[in-house]
Design a binder for this molecule. Structure first.
Ligand SMILES: Cc1cc2nc3c(=O)[nH]c(=O)nc-3n(C[C@H](O)[C@H](O)[C@H](O)COP(=O)(O)OP(=O)(O)OC[C@H]3O[C@@H](n4cnc5c(N)ncnc54)[C@H](O)[C@@H]3O)c2cc1C
Length: 305
């Protein structure tokens, strides 16, 4: 596809920013999926705006991805322009507010906040992926979720306009934020209201401990997307899957983890996204037939499904 660079997009050289046929599987945490027809890693507001203007002028659909730790990317790839946020990673402190661009990893955000003497996010230590992805799905662990400490979110609509949303706790629920399901915005920056802390050693200890527990539980041993299904009300997806004898079940290279029934792993490095999806459907069907519970996938299907 020829790249049509027009002078109207400020002084930004889109040809330098755009990559054609970028293979995404090395970047996805489960190492599956096809190519992005066109991809870009904007580093600032102006580049992001120029990319959106370019995609709009060409009639290209736009997809936004952060760390790709919760996204199952189709083997057939992603149509149009894929915006990868991981180079949008600046942060600054404003009083008790820690302000961070969307592409910074959540884990590093917690470290940077602690370095600035601000605590509160420690229990989320070790959750992979970006701040933007975490806000999109209200990522959580250990009894808290990212929405709990969020004060504002700046997001860009695909017409290039920036909006500020003051957030409220009651707009967030289990793995659900006001942005979940929206396909026409990019979360650009977030502000967290944190606790000024003179001695952050205790908070650091908590973060190290929760991260260490994740390691001990084998969360990072194999390529995966973390939990495949959300816990149904009053129950645990893992428990239900276990009770249906799904531990170790496989389709192609995709396998239900022996350590966590709610994780699908790329067991031999050769799984396809199709394998993962087929196994997910099988798990869902088995649980429904045996228990009557309809499990809801926690992961996002991205691209040409
Ligand atoms: C080993 C492992 C453990 C995990 N443990 C947990 C856990 O304990 N708790 C938990 O909640 N999750 C967990 N996860 C899932 C995942 O880490 C989180 O959901 C994470 O927050 C996703 O962030 P991401 O940047 O990778 O999102 P991506 O996978 O890149 O994107 C996820 C969704 O968000 C959208 N999106 C991403 N960035 C933006 C943006 N800037 N603007 C608009 N939309 C955007 C994408 O379009 C997509 O729909 C785990 C995953 C793994 C692999």
């Amino acid at each position: 596809m020829p790249i049509n660079v027009r002078n109207s997009h400020e002084k930004i050289n889109l040809e330098e920013l755009l990559v054609q046929n970028l293979s995404l599987s090395p970047y996805s945490s489960i190492n599956t999926g096809g190519k992005a027809d066109l991809a870009a890693y904007p580093t600032d507001f102006e580049e992001l705006r120029a990319l959106l203007a370019y995609a709009n002028s060409q009639g290209l659909p736009i997809t936004v991805l952060g760390g790709m730790t919760n996204s199952l990317i189709s083997d057939q790839g992603i149509e149009g322009l894929t915006i990868l946020t991981t180079h949008l990673a600046r942060r600054h402190v404003q009083g008790e507010m820690f302000c961070v661009r969307t592409g910074l990893s959540l884990d590093r955000t917690i470290d940077f906040a602690l370095e600035a003497g601000l605590s509160g996010l420690e229990l989320l230590g070790g959750i992979p992926g970006s701040v933007g992805g975490a806000i999109y799905g209200n990522a959580g662990a250990n009894g808290m979720a990212i929405g709990d400490l969020l004060y504002y979110v700046d997001y860009m609509t695909f017409d290039g306009k920036l909006h500020r949303k003051q957030t409220h706790n009651d707009e967030f629920s289990y793995r659900c934020s006001p942005f979940t399901g929206l396909k026409d915005i990019i979360i650009y920056e977030a502000g967290f209201r944190l606790n000024p802390t003179l001695h952050t050693s205790e908070a650091r200890k908590i973060k190290d401990e929760v991260k260490h527990k994740r390691k001990e539980k084998g969360y990072y041993e194999n390529p995966s997307l973390g939990s495949i299904f959300a816990n149904p009300p009053g129950n645990y997806a893992g428990k239900l899957l276990e009770s249906c004898s799904l531990r170790g079940k496989s389709v192609g290279g995709a396998m239900v983890s022996n350590r966590h029934c709610n994780f699908i792993i790329n067991s031999n490095g050769k799984a396809t996204s199709h394998d993962v999806h087929a196994l997910l459907s099988l798990m869902q069907k088995e649980v429904f037939q045996k228990t009557g519970v309809q499990l809801r996938p926690e992961i996002q299907l991205i691209g040409r499904w």
